[in-house]
Structures are given as C-alpha cells and as structure tokens.
Design a protein around this ligand. Structure first.
Ligand SMILES: Nc1nc2c(ncn2[C@@H]2O[C@H](COP(=O)(O)OP(=O)(O)OP(=O)(O)O)[C@@H](O)[C@H]2O)c(=O)[nH]1
Length: 752
C-alpha cells in the first residue's frame, strides 16, 4: 500500500485533514499534524469509512509528481526536511533557464518560471501563490512565498538604462512626465530632484523654462526652447528671407527709394514732375506715364524710385503700419520762403523714421531767393550744411526750370552708394503697398513696391489681410510687365480684397499656403477690430510704463505763438520721472492739424495743445486713430498733468465723505444674525451701501461695512434724519447703547 500523509488522504477523498483527524480519533488514533504519515491501520480505518469517496483519478494523483510527496521523487534531491512539495520543487525550477520550465511538473511551483519570464515585473502572477495557499492553509502558503523570495534574485529584473540625450527641446513648457520621458527617466526621479531643489511637483505639473533648465543641468543635458514662428506674420519674411524655405541668392544693388517732402507750395509736385518728365521719357521713349503712386527713373545709368504719394501722409501712414519703405527724403524748401511749419514737420517725420535727408533749396530762379537764409534756419533744426561744417547735403534747384535736378539726383545716388541698398532678386517677392483702390472694371488694384525678391505674374501672394494670384502687372509707364525686381513699383490686379497703403505683401510657394495665411490674417484682423487699439493716452500712461511698454513719452506740442511753444517745450523737457524720458518729437505754432495726428499715431505720441484747438480733420483723425489730445490754457497745468500722469497720479483718487450719523438707542441679540442696533438717525442719512464707523465717546471702536439696514421689518436703501432704523454691521456684534454709527461713502475726486 502506498504510504500517504494525512492531508494527501484527505484530498484524495475531497475532505479536510481535520475530517480525517476526527474520523481517526473515533478509533483512538491520534494524529499530530496533517503532515503525519498514515500507517496502514489508519488507512484501512479510513478506507472503511471513506472508501467509496475514493475516485480513480484521485488515486491516480498519487503517482503524479505534483501530489506525490517530494521526497519520493527519484529525479530530485531529497526534500524530506522541506515542509511542502511546492517549496521543494521551486528551487530546482528556479535554476533552470525559463525555456525548460515547460517540462516542469504542473504544480504550484511551475508558476515560478513563468513569473521569471515576466521580466521587469518583480511580482509573480497572482495565480502563483494560490494553489498552495488554498490547498494547505497557512504553512504551504508561506512556503510558496519563501520560494518566491528565493526565486527573485535568480532572474533579475532587467531595468533597461536609456542613455541620456545630449539635448532636449521644448516649447513654452513641459510637464514633469513629459520631461521625464524626454530624459528617459522615471517621473518619480524628476519629482525627487525637483523636491531637492525646493519645488514640490506632481507628474502633470507644468514646468517653466527655469525649472526645466535646472533639472537638465542636473543631468548635464542641454536645453533649447523651440521658437515657433507665426507664419501668418508677414514681418518675419522681411527679417529673414530664408523664412520662406528658400535658398537665398546673391545680394545685388537695388535702386534707392526716395520720398519728397516739404511745405505747401514749396514745389514738391513740380519737382516730382520735373524729374519724371526729364528722366523717364529719356530712357523709356514712348511710355505713357501714369500715376500709380510711385515711379522709377534712370540717372547716370542708375535707377531711382520715387514715391509720389502726396505729402507727409503717405509717409506716416506707412510708418504707422511699421513699414519702412523710404531710403531717403528730399526736403524741398522754397528759397524765397524759407523754413515753414510743414518743413519742420517733414524734418521730424524723417528723423522719427531715421531716414537721411537731402535738402533741395527750390525756386532758386526767383529774385527773392535766399538760400543762406534757408541754411541758417535749418541749422536750428539740426540740418547743418556741409559748407558750414555739418553733414547735410544742400542742393540749390529750380524745379520749374529743371535746374539743379541732375546734381540733386547725383547726390541721391551718392547717398545710395553710401547706404549700400541691396536685395536678392532671386527669391520670392516681398514689399509694401503704396496705394490701393477698388476699380469698377478691374476689381482690387494695388500699387506694390517690391522691396526684395522678384514679383511675377501668376505668383500666389498675401497682401495685408487679403490674398490672391497676381493676375496682371502694369509698370509706372503703363506697360504690362511679367516681372518686377527690387525697388520696382508695379500695379497689380488679382487680389480678393482691397489692401491698405502701408500693408506688407509676401509671395508664397503655392496658392494653398497663400490662401491659408491670407484667410487667417483676415480673420485675425476682424478680431482685432473688435479690440480697441491701445495707444498712449494720459490715462493709461502709467499702466503702460509699469508694464515696461514705454521708456519714452513722445509729445507733440502745439501753441498759439512760437514763444509759448518754446516755453512749454523746455518746461516739459525738465520733467523727471524715473525710467521715463520725455521726448518732444514735434512742436509748432498754430492749430493742431491732421499731420500732427498722423505723426502722433505713427510715433505713439500725445498731442498737447496750448491755447490752440485741433481743426476738424485733426479731430476726426484723432478719434479714428485713438490719439490723445490734451488742451490747456495755463502752462503749469500742462506740466502738472504730464507729470502726474507719469507718476501714476491719474489713477482715480477718492475722498471720504461722511453722509450721516445714527445713535444706538437699544441693542437686540438675535441668534444667527448677531447684534441689531436699534438706532435713530441724528444727522444726514444712513445708506445700505455705506461704510460705517462705530464711535464710542468719540473714539473709533470699529470700522467696516454695513450689513443690513431695516425700517421696521423691511429692508431699506436709506434712512434719513429723524427716523429710526435697525442696523447690523458686518463682522461686528459688540455694538452698545449710546454708540454713534457714522456712515460714509468714498467719492471720486473730479480733476479740474
Ligand atoms: N519760380 C518757381 N516756381 C516754382 C518752382 N517750383 C515750383 N514752383 C511753383 O510753386 C507753386 C507750387 O508748386 P507745387 O509743385 O505745386 O508745390 P507743392 O509743394 O507740390 O504744393 P502742394 O502740392 O500744395 O503741397 C507752383 O505755382 C509752381 O509752379 C521753381 O523752382 N521756381
């Protein structure tokens, strides 16, 4: 007969060891443990009782290695001293390569190799512990656990070390988890490092640049913040021509772009026409000149482009849009009239745009011409002639007679040479809108000045907030052209909408890109229209200064007489507020005109009028552009206002005003509400939104807010003198009979 242990017998009949023990005790056979080997007598006794329950397969289990006591296995070292079979088989299995484990007996022990295959998971599969545990109660369960522990070092968890990157990149920020991933580290490690650096972080917490850099420095990994470029910002294509994924070619000389400015009637138009008629027709015989806002001439074999948009307006409109188009300015001053207000305006416009000036002293044919006077007067505005030791070129001309034009153009070319104006004709075109309008027949018509690259018919183009394909191009001579190189003005059709003068244009590689960018820009422009422009006004000056948006306060000063202008300008210059400079960009005697406003808009300036008013056009322009105009009649008021705006005193100021007093005659304590002061209004009135002060023997014992104000049982907005009321005070219940409740409001002080 096969020897069997108590628990083995029990299992073979589907009973517990305890059942077996109970049965044996009936025959006075005492067993000490379920591990005890049953003797044949005991087995016979048990068979008598349970023999029917013995199933053939149950018996068969006795020959299975799994249920066979380990010490009977011939191919294994003796494990008799081991508490369980499971434990016994565990050890050899663990020493085998996992591949061989398939031949291992199917017992609880064969779970072990499988655990081992789960590399990286130090915990065994849950099933590994269960068979033994369920079968034999505590001891086997413990045995399996022990086996597991012993097993673990045999198949070490393979922790793959990911090599640190040399460099990581990020955009704006990274979460702890994302940073860990980029570094190939566990998030917990990053969290620990952050903690050591004094930052408490969770895995999803966003880290700013500093934190990312700190952590990466710990690992000696380089960090680079990605700069994402807004492709819809046309300006970027001007800063870096390669932005459009283009291979740049060679930079070649391009014609200078010139603007003519000056006082009314000093001869701007005559000069422009004179240059054009003499020079254009010479080179381009048969060309019918047409005004497209700009034209090109040839002088001494070199081209010069002139913008003939009238006056200073075009100049400032473009500047206001951030477009720098002009390379140099010809300042026309009539020799018989001298420096006039618009001459000074023109100088200031050019200075603000940092564009060099050539002075054309015009009307030299007139008997009253006095060029020395012009030179003298201009010296006062910082333009000193070369003859007088300065560096400003003065050219005497007669626009009407065409005299001195050649010399003038020579000087333009000279400055161009010094300025080294270059461009790359091989790249896609980009430039600025000079003029644009809607034509009944042609649709949107725009004069573009190509500033870099070459524009071709058929090019997909974004112009300001509109886009399209260049359908047709016409030169300043009215001729159809197929292409236009740097500094060339050209009129185009084919845009979906009419752009504005000063808008930028850029040609893109395909129509799809142009459309996408154009549509995005149009959408954004619409959005922007809704958001008011933030120009400098005295009211927001301090805020802007605080935000570091301004370092300079630009002012335009206009007064009734020149003396007042000077007095005011010098007083304003003396204002000293830390971190801000007062910069007077233009002064003049006379009414505030549209030109003042456009200069203010372009330079983000405030216009100060002393004893003068803006004319109708200026008023309209100021409203449209959001330019702040300050009008005064007393100088010190002007100074005071600017000074206080700069130091932030224009923030609204408040003043306390006592509106009434009530005497507490009785108090009632009401639970949940607190103390109600039954009061009598002895002066003024008490209002519900008032601030209150509780006075006891004229000493303030509390200051705060009124909570409820009641007339009998009803809420009251205010209670006037001579009436009784119930008052509760927020966060104050210690009100006593005889106290005086004083009500006050804060009133904004009106500035005068
Ligand atoms: N004698 C003489 N007259 C000139 C000369 N240049 C211009 N004029 C005259 O001066 C007047 C004004 O000339 P414009 O060219 O219209 O002056 P402008 O500066 O363009 O004037 P606005 O367009 O009103 O700003 C005209 O009658 C011209 O004929 C010149 O060199 N000599």
């Amino acid at each position: 007969m096969t020897k069997m242990k108590v628990h083995e017998y029990a299992r073979s009949i589907g009973k517990t060891s305890r059942d077996i023990a109970a049965e044996l005790i009936k025959s006075d056979i005492v067993i000490k443990s379920h591990m005890e080997e049953l003797d044949p007598v005991s087995i016979a006794k048990l068979d008598e009782k349970f023999g029917d329950l013995k199933k053939p397969e149950a018996k068969a289990t006795t020959v299975k290695p799994a249920s066979k006591p380990a010490n009977q296995r011939t191919d294994r070292p003796s494990n008799t001293n081991k508490p369980t079979a499971a434990q016994g088989t565990n050890r050899p299995a663990s020493n085998r390569p996992s591949g061989q484990s398939t031949s291992a007996p199917k017992t609880g022990s064969n779970q072990s190799p499988r655990q081992g295959q789960g590399a990286g998971s130090p915990r065994p599969a849950g099933g590994g512990g269960r068979p033994g545990g369920g079968r034999g109660g505590r001891p086997p369960a413990r045995g399996i656990n022990q086996g597991r522990r012993r097993y673990r070092p045999a198949v070490p968890v393979q922790k793959v070390e990911i090599p640190l990157p040399d460099k990581i990149t990020f955009y704006e920020s990274l979460s702890v988890g994302e940073l860990a991933k980029k570094l190939g580290k566990e998030p917990s490690e990053i969290i620990k490092k952050l903690f050591m650096l004094g930052v408490m972080a969770t895995i999803n917490q966003e880290l700013d640049k500093d934190a990312i850099e700190l952590i990466c420095a710990e690992y000696d990994v380089e960090v680079e913040e990605e700069v994402r470029i807004d492709v819809t910002d046309l300006e970027i294509y001007f800063e870096d021509p390669e932005e459009e994924e283009e291979v740049p070619g060679e930079l070649t000389e391009r014609p200078p772009v010139v603007t003519i400015m000056g006082h009314v009637d000093h001869g701007k138009t005559t000069l422009l026409d004179s240059i054009r008629n003499t020079k254009v027709t010479q080179g381009e015989a048969g060309g019918i000149t047409q005004h497209i806002g700009a034209y090109q001439i040839t002088a001494s074999g070199k081209k010069i482009t002139f913008l003939d948009t009238p006056g200073h307006e075009a100049f400032t409109t473009m500047r206001a849009r951030g477009a720098k188009v002009t390379d140099l300015t010809i300042l026309v001053v009539a020799a018989d009239d001298g420096v006039m207000p618009q001459t000074i305006e023109a100088i200031n416009h050019a200075k603000a745009a940092e564009v060099p000036i050539i002075v054309a002293v015009n009307k030299m044919d007139k008997p009253a011409a006095n060029p020395d006077r012009v030179m003298q007067e201009l010296t006062e505005h910082g333009l000193v002639a070369e003859d007088w030791g300065g560096d400003t070129i003065f050219v005497p001309i007669s626009a009407l007679k065409g005299e001195g034009i050649d010399q003038l153009l020579e000087m333009v070319l000279l400055i161009a040479e010094v300025g080294e104006f270059t461009a790359d004709p091989s790249i896609r075109a980009r430039g600025t809108v000079i003029e644009a309008q809607l034509d009944k027949g042609k649709g949107s018509v725009a004069t573009l000045l190509v500033q870099n690259g070459t524009l071709h018919v058929g090019d997909p183009i974004v112009v300001g907030n509109t886009y399209g394909r260049v359908r047709a191009m016409v030169s300043d001579l009215g001729r159809r052209v197929k292409e236009a190189g740097p500094s060339t003005p050209v009129e185009i059709t084919g845009l979906s909408d009419v752009p504005f003068a000063g808008d930028r244009f850029v040609v893109f590689k395909d129509e799809k890109t142009a459309r996408q960018i154009g549509e995005t820009r149009a959408g954004e422009a619409l959005q922007e229209q809704r958001v008011e422009k933030t120009r400098v006004t005295l009211d927001n000056l301090f805020d802007q200064m605080k935000q570091g948006e301004m370092k300079e306060l630009n002012l335009i000063v206009k007064a009734d007489v020149q003396g007042a202008v000077e007095a005011m300008a010098s007083s304003l210059m003396k204002i000293e507020v830390e971190g801000v400079n007062v910069k007077i960009i233009h002064t003049g005697a006379g009414a505030i005109n549209e030109s003042d406003i456009s200069l203010a808009a372009a330079s983000n300036a405030i216009v100060i009028g002393f004893n003068v008013r803006p004319d109708t056009n200026a008023k309209r322009a100021a409203e449209a552009e959001g330019v702040d105009i300050r009008l005064h009649r007393v100088i010190y008021k002007v100074i005071e206002e600017i000074e206080s705006a700069m130091t932030g005193l224009l923030d609204p100021e408040y003043e306390e005003k006592v509106i009434g007093q009530a005497e507490v005659r009785e108090t009632f304590k009401v639970s949940k509400i607190g103390t109600i002061a039954g009061s009598y209004v002895i002066d003024g009135k008490i209002t519900r939104d008032a601030g209150v002060r509780v006075l006891r023997d004229n000493i303030v014992v509390f200051e705060g807010e009124l909570d409820t104000l009641k007339r009998f049982k009803d809420d009251a907005k205010e209670v006037a003198k001579g009436y009784e009321c119930g008052i509760t005070i927020k966060k104050f219940n210690d009100v006593k009979e005889g106290d005086i409740i004083e009500a006050y409001v804060m009133e904004e002080i009106k500035r005068v």
